[in-house]
Design a protein around this ligand. Structure first.
Ligand code: C2E
Ligand code: CA
Ligand code: CA
Length: 886
């Protein structure tokens, strides 16, 4: 009903208020008008009574005068003395009697007096007009009952007058009556003022025969002069807020004589109007308020109803479209009362099939206790979900998160179950975990061989030692280094090197027991950690490792011989902790290398002394370089055909002031390891250049001098710049200088080296490959290198006359060098057989004790002269090769 349009309600309220206004006006205002009417009538009556009081006043004195013996007598004798004594002017004036008249029993005038208008005096008899008016009305005047109770009006010329008439009797109030005494009082302003005082009302007086006073309403004038049947009282609302009451008084003959009027403010009516308005306003306000309240409440109700409807639609949509499975359960039976499509998708059952089914039927058995747990204490929203397994209709199991929340719907307690498929998340988690494990594995393992790395070794070793200590066992830490691995790497490439290391790792894995730890700790260094009750078994283990690794490896059709050096330290004798043991094993390894590699050494305390010695030697070498203890010896390189000196090789010599001569085989490795080799190399180079210069100046025959250059010199300095700078320092032609590099030195970072070597060669410095044959250079690669000579290693030369194999190698090197247009120099030529055999194989040059040991410069100068030299490019000035091609 309230849903109707507001305009309807406004209209309805307007109609209602209109009606209300009418009712209020009719009921309230009318009653107030009646009250007002009554009030004005009372007021009018009061005014009339005030006039009656005037009449009563003169009647009282008149009555007094009339029952008086002397008056009684005066009517008879008419003794003038009587009225002179008793009707004094002063007395009459005080009584406000305007006319006094005495008539006898026959109605004849006996005496009359009348106050002169506007004066204090009275004239006797009264005026004719008065006497006529009295004689004309006397009959009526003497009547007991006047027309208006107590009101006796007489119309005189002077105006309307009040009169009283009294029978004259004796003082003792006995009769017979001897005529009448008549007192007349004309209405004057003073009379009206007294009436106003008495009635406490304003009084207006109009003698109807007179001209009506201005402002008197015309209807009152008409009413006053109207028929005798009309009422004698009326009231009239005046303009303004006054109401006037009018009383019509009649003459003795019944004609209209006098209109008395009074005016009062319409206080009652105003009060009534205010009350009516107030009442109306109150009711109207109440009605409007009630209606507005009803309207607002209605609207609110309507809105909350539609909001509730919208909410429900929304919730339904959310639940229907949610990705999470949602089910409403009965708390006791666990029956599914409602479920959403997501739950149906998740379980494979239809929503209808799920309806009334027990929730247990979709949960895997092993998850049931957990489910009951959740259902027995459903958490508030936000509770931590539980991981359960859901069983689909097809029997497949899905990992889900389940949350149960208590819910009250229409006063009924329910459980809202939220089911979220987490199988994908689980998979992702598993992947992540796997990834993390892989990362961890990578961090702790060597990517090439998948063996534990140094990090893991350092982590695990302390634990192994602890266990050994607890079980009173021994632990062997075997430090393994692959012999000549650098050569393989440099000569056959990193891929082969990697294959090689993988194969070694594989072999190591096989040779040790599953409890042993195998780690790769750097390029070609491995560590095997083995625990045993008795240390005695470690020797067998060490032997097994070295021998097992010794079998040759074949990669891409090429055979590589393998050997390792190994140092073994045993816990607890060789060290109390991991660091100690590794250090001891390293020292033992060093010893094994010193022993010519391909063997193993157990740590012995005196090895520490050797380490100490080494450190001392390194320190001494440092000093030696500063104090120029390093000198250079020269060994001739012979031209095999002419048997003359074709060149010299410079070899470093160290004579220590205390230890005496220290062989290069001792100090060169120390110089290499400590990096002092760069300084040493330069020192030799400088000495050589000065020597050449000295010999030149001395006029000796000069041949090129070959200088050994180490890998570090090549790597760490700009060899071309250094060589040329030192040559120019000494003032010699770079053509008088040759450099010797080992195969592995050249192969290391070959791309970088080629540029430097080409630079050197462009300046005239020739280049030899030293110790050729000991490395693994691919011979075909040599043709790309800027080299001039191959120096066949002395190990091949030594046995070539007895070992057919070595002879074949030497022969192969020579023929291969020839095809590459390279010269060959045989090293370590000690016998004539060597020399002859080499010459027959086509080797051009030879160097060895057969001709001369390395000798000091002074001695060498003699050799140059005694043995003779072949012409060199600087001497001839020709840009031809120093050594003539064979
Ligand atoms: P290397 O470059 O192969 O030098 C030749 C070595 O063979 C020298 O040993 C020499 O004395 C030795 N020798 C020469 N003829 C014969 C012989 O008929 N029979 C035998 N058994 N040996 C012979 P040395 O002087 O002891 O030098 C050893 C190694 O030290 C050199 O081998 C060289 O690699 C290195 N070396 C010497 N001086 C220097 C140098 O100034 N710088 C560098 N980087 N290495 C140097
Ligand atoms: Ca050499
Ligand atoms: Ca050599």
């Amino acid at each position: 009903m309230l849903a109707r349009k507001p305009i309807f309600w406004i209209f309805a309220v307007a109609v209602f208020l209109g009606a209300l206004g009418l009712v209020v006006q009719q009921v309230v205002l009318r009653s107030y008008e009646t009250l007002e009417q009554q009030a004005i009538e009372q007021s009018t009556e009061q005014v009339v009574k005030a006039l009656q009081a005037e009449v009563r006043q003169i009647a009282i004195v008149g009555n007094d005068y009339a029952s008086w013996d002397e008056m009684y007598d005066f009517v008879r004798d008419q003794n003038p003395k009587f009225h002179e004594l008793n009707f004094s002017e002063l007395g009459l004036r005080e009584m406000e009697i305007d006319v006094v008249m005495l008539v006898n029993e026959a109605g004849e005038e006996v005496f009359s007096a009348e106050q002169n208008p506007g004066a204090q005096t009275y004239s006797l008899p009264a005026s004719q007009n008065v006497r006529t008016a009295v004689s004309k009305n006397l009959k009526n005047m003497l009547r007991e009952r006047p027309p208006e109770a107590g009101l006796r009006l007489l119309d005189l010329n002077a105006g309307s007058a009040l009169f009283s008439a009294h029978p004259i009797i004796r003082t003792d109030r006995t009769g017979p009556e001897r005529g009448h005494l008549i007192f007349i009082r004309v209405l004057r302003p003073s009379t009206i003022a007294r009436m106003e005082m008495v009635s406490q009302l304003p009084v207006g007086v109009w003698r109807v025969n007179d001209k009506p006073p201005t402002g008197l309403p015309s209807q009152i004038i008409a009413w006053a002069r109207n028929s005798p049947f009309s009422t004698d009282r009326t009231a009239l609302t005046l303009s303004g807020n006054d109401i006037a009451g009018y009383a019509r008084l009649r003459n003795l003959d019944g004609s209209s004589a006098l209109i008395l009027s009074t005016v009062t403010p319409r206080a009652v009516y105003q009060q009534g109007r205010r009350t009516a308005i107030y009442l109306f306003a109150c009711i109207a306000a109440l009605v409007i308020f009630t209606l507005i309240t009803a309207f607002v409440l209605g609207r609110r109700n309507q809105r909350s109803e539609s909001l509730a409807r919208a909410n429900e639609t929304l919730y339904r949509a959310v639940v229907e479209q949610a990705d999470e499975g949602i089910a409403l359960l009965a708390p006791e039976s666990h029956a599914i009362l409602q479920s959403n499509p997501a739950l149906a998708r998740l379980t494979g059952y239809s929503t209808t099939a799920l309806h009334d089914a027990s929730v247990e039927s979709i949960i895997e058995n092993s998850s049931l206790p957990l489910l009951w747990n959740i259902l027995s204490a459903p958490k508030q929203v936000g509770g931590v979900p539980c991981e359960l397994r859901l069983r689909r209709v097809d029997g497949a199991l899905i990992e889900v998160d389940i949350t149960a929340n208590p819910l009250t719907i229409d006063g009924r307690q329910l459980i809202c179950l939220m089911v979220r498929d987490v199988s994908q998340r689980k998979q992702a988690e598993a992947k992540l975990l796997d990834h993390q494990r892989r990362l961890e594995h990578l961090a702790n393992h060597d990517s090439l061989t998948d063996l534990p790395n140094r990090l893991l070794l350092n982590q695990k070793l302390p634990g192994i030692l602890e266990r050994a200590a607890a079980s009173q066992s021994s632990v062997a830490v075997c430090y393994i280094d692959v012999d000549n691995f650098k050569n393989i790497n440099d000569s056959s490439g990193h891929d082969t090197g990697d294959e090689f290391l993988r194969a070694i790792a594989e072999r190591l894995r096989h040779v040790v027991s599953s409890e042993d730890l195998v780690a790769r700790i750097s390029g070609d260094e491995f560590v095997v950690v083995s625990m045993a009750k008795e240390a005695i078994v470690f020797d067998a283990i060490a032997r097994r490792i070295t021998s097992h690794l010794r079998a040759p490896l074949v990669f891409s059709g090429r055979e590589y011989s393998v050997s390792v050096s190994m140092g073994v330290a045993v816990y607890p004798t060789d060290g109390s902790d991991a660091a100690d043991l590794l250090r001891s094993a390293d020292i033992a390894l060093y010893r094994a290398k010193e022993r010519g590699r391909d063997n193993y050494q157990f740590f012995a305390p005196e090895m520490n002394d050797r380490v100490h010695q080494r450190m001392q030697l390194e320190q001494a070498l440092r000093v030696a370089l500063q104090e120029q203890q390093i000198s250079v010896h020269y060994q001739p390189v012979m031209d095999l055909r002419s048997q003359k000196i074709a060149a010299l090789e410079a070899l470093a010599r160290w004579r220590h002031p205390e230890f005496g001569d220290i062989p290069p085989s001792q100090f060169i490795p120390i110089a290499e390891e400590s990096g002092l080799i760069v300084e040493l190399g330069e020192a030799v180079l400088r000495q050589v250049c000065h020597q050449i210069s000295t010999w030149s100046y001395a006029g000796l025959p000069v041949v090129p001098v070959s200088v050994n250059v180490s890998a570090q010199q090549l790597q760490r300095t700009n060899i071309r710049e250094r060589v040329l700078a030192i040559c120019s320092e000494a003032g010699i032609n770079p053509r008088l200088l040759q450099v010797e590099l080992t195969e592995s030195t050249v192969m290391r970072e070959i791309d970088r080296q080629i540029g430097a070597l080409e630079g050197l060669r462009a300046a005239g410095v020739r280049i030899s490959i030293d110790d050729f044959g000991t490395g693994y250079s691919s011979l075909s690669y040599l043709k790309h290198l800027p080299i001039d000579h191959l120096k066949i290693d002395r190990s091949f030369v030594r046995d070539m006359t007895v070992d057919a194999n070595d002879a074949a190698i030497v022969s192969a090197i020579i023929s291969m060098a020839r095809s590459l247009r390279l010269e060959t120099i045989a090293e370590g030529v000690e016998t004539r057989q060597h020399a002859m055999r080499l010459a027959s194989l086509g080797c051009g040059y030879a160097q060895g004790y057969l001709y001369s040991r390395p000798v000091p410069a002074a001695e060498c100068a003699k050799l140059l002269v005694s043995m003779g030299t072949i012409p060199n490019p600087v001497d001839t000035g020709k840009h031809q090769r120093l050594i003539a091609s064979s």
